[in-house]
Design a protein around this ligand. Structure first.
Ligand SMILES: Nc1ncnc2c1ncn2[C@@H]1O[C@H](COP(=O)(O)OP(=O)(O)OP(=O)(O)O)[C@@H](O)[C@H]1O
Ligand SMILES: [Mg+2]
Length: 496
């Protein structure tokens, strides 16, 4: 083997109450795509934050092309050709794409380049790598998929030879994934070395040369993907045999496994609902839909067809025309956990009672009852397997998947009558996904009306009693759980 582009030796990183990385070894070859795999909280992001200069390791050594290096801050890693696209994007929302790309470039002349020329240069670069973006668009107007393209382009623009991608496909619609994976293959073929973090084993097997598995902060093993398979990888990750449900099969066996009475009892009703997007254009065009008590209605569709506006309208976060009637208390699992769901600088315990802080048992005559709050937290942490050093840890310090579990645990523990679940399993590992799916079914069986908005068709098919297809802001059709997948796909593409 050649000298690795990157070698991490014996990396240890401790945080209060937790060893996030424990003597981890990892190496990356030139032009290789190397997957980093592990359950939520296994230490993947931490290891990469060390490589990109955000954290200093407590122990261990990093070598670049055989030479020992020490990064004290991200600028030093960037200068050495290491670019990281974070799990949560770090773009400035109020600036244009172009401004974000040139922002903070050290050694950049103060005189700004002619915007027209700069935009053209960026367009060319984008085209070269198949990363379509509009340099003049402001970031707040972009979808998550588009923002990610900007992040990748930013890394390339800054000369990254090593590209670290932390769950890049979690924010992509399934239809976008294949093109994205092809972009990565092209980058690797061009000599970029890529570290790819994903919970999706099929993606890992499709594009990665090798996989390193982390468990509880330790390196379990590194294997060649060509000599492995989904079952083995899942086993290595979790440390036991995983009974991954074969979803389509279950689908075929039990069409509508719903014990509820057939009497329609609508709890969430939308009538002629019109909603505008951030650009002031109609994003929902006259939606009529009712969700009954005891059923899960899935909203299928390619991302960007009005899902976000639908979610925000129901959650009263966006003005509407028409009508939304909520007949009961609403739980909202938000697609964007940090801006809609959680307060990163509050503790896990406080985030878990955020919506009930005025109510007993958490509050008595206007006084908070910390013991009750902590007890509630301890229960939910156990039930949802939230990996946190303590109830007092700030949510912003949790791993991405564990933060998502906090949002889900809070919302589902409130015995809601209506559940609005938007991309509920984004960023979760396989066991956590199974658990959340069980919870949504349990809510339905307890009589809640569940509206599931998801770009994962598999998830929609697996859970829904009825499926509504959203296409260009309108409902293209409503089908039952037995729907033919091809037929659904055609509707999602506007071809039916
Ligand atoms: N800045 C920090 N302060 C305190 N603890 C932290 C910090 N960053 C990470 N941790 C802890 O380190 C552990 C590993 O977290 P990390 O984010 O590396 O996990 P991960 O493998 O990326 O998980 P996920 O799949 O959920 O993204 C977690 O228990 C997390 O709470
Ligand atoms: Mg992570």
């Amino acid at each position: 083997m050649q000298t690795p582009v990157v070698e991490m030796r014996g990396i240890t990183k401790k945080f209060p109450g937790i060893v996030a990385n424990d003597s981890v070894n990892f190496d990356l070859q030139l032009g290789e795509i190397h997957a980093l795999l592990g359950e939520n909280g296994a230490g993947k992001t931490t290891l990469m934050n060390i490589l990109c200069g955000l954290y200093e390791p407590d122990e261990g050594e990093i070598l670049l092309e055989g030479k020992s290096v020490q990064f004290r801050f991200p600028g030093e890693a960037i200068a050495s050709g290491i670019g990281m696209v974070h799990q949560h994007f770090m773009l400035v929302e109020s600036l244009t794409v172009a401004d974000n790309l040139v922002l903070g470039q050290s050694g950049q002349p103060l005189i700004r380049e002619n915007p027209k020329k700069l935009h053209q240069r960026l367009r060319n670069l984008a085209e070269q790598y198949g990363l379509q973006i509009d340099p003049a668009a402001e970031v707040w107007q972009l979808s998550l998929g588009e923002q990610q393209r900007v992040e990748i382009l930013k890394a390339i623009y800054r000369g990254a030879k090593v590209l670290i991608l932390d769950e890049p496909t979690a924010v992509l619609a399934p239809q976008e994934v294949e093109g994205f994976l092809q972009t990565l293959r092209n980058l690797a073929a061009g000599g970029t070395s890529i570290i790819f973090i994903s919970h999706k084993l099929n993606e890992v097997l499709a594009i990665c040369d090798r996989v390193t598995v982390l468990r509880d902060g330790r390196t379990i093993t590194t294997v060649l993907t060509s000599a492995s398979n989904e079952r083995e990888l899942a086993h290595l990750m979790v440390g036991r045999e995983v009974n991954k449900v074969i979803r389509i099969e279950r689908q075929a066996q039990s069409p509508v496994p719903n014990p509820q009475s057939p009497i329609p009892n609508p709890r969430l009703i939308m009538r002629d609902l019109w909603v505008e997007n951030d650009r002031g254009l109609p994003a929902l065009k006259g939606i009529n839909l009712a969700v009954n008590a005891g059923e899960i209605v899935g909203i299928a569709g390619v991302d960007g067809n009005g899902q976000r506006e639908l979610e925000e309208a129901i959650a009263s976060l966006r003005p509407i025309r028409g009508e939304i009637n909520l007949n009961g208390t609403l739980a909202h699992i938000p697609s964007d956990r940090y801006t809609m769901g959680l307060i990163p600088d509050f503790s896990v315990a406080d985030n878990l009672v955020l919506r009930d802080i005025q109510k007993p048992p958490f509050n008595k005559k206007g006084l908070l009852r910390p013991a009750a709050i902590i007890r509630h937290c301890t229960q939910l942490v156990e039930r949802y397997l939230i990996r946190t050093p303590s109830p007092h840890t700030h949510v912003g310090k949790l791993s991405g998947g564990n933060a998502q579990k906090v949002a889900i645990a809070r919302e589902l523990s409130r015995s809601p009558q209506i559940v609005l679940a938007a991309q509920p399993t984004r960023g979760l590992d396989i066991s956590a996904i199974e658990y959340v799916h069980q919870q949504l079914i349990a809510q339905r069986d307890a009589g809640a009306a569940v509206l599931l908005i998801s770009t994962e068709l598999e998830e929609i098919l697996n859970l829904s009693d009825r499926i509504a297809v959203l296409y260009e802001g309108a409902i293209a059709g409503i089908v039952d759980a037995n729907a033919d997948v091809r037929h659904l796909g055609l509707m999602m593409a506007g071809k039916h």
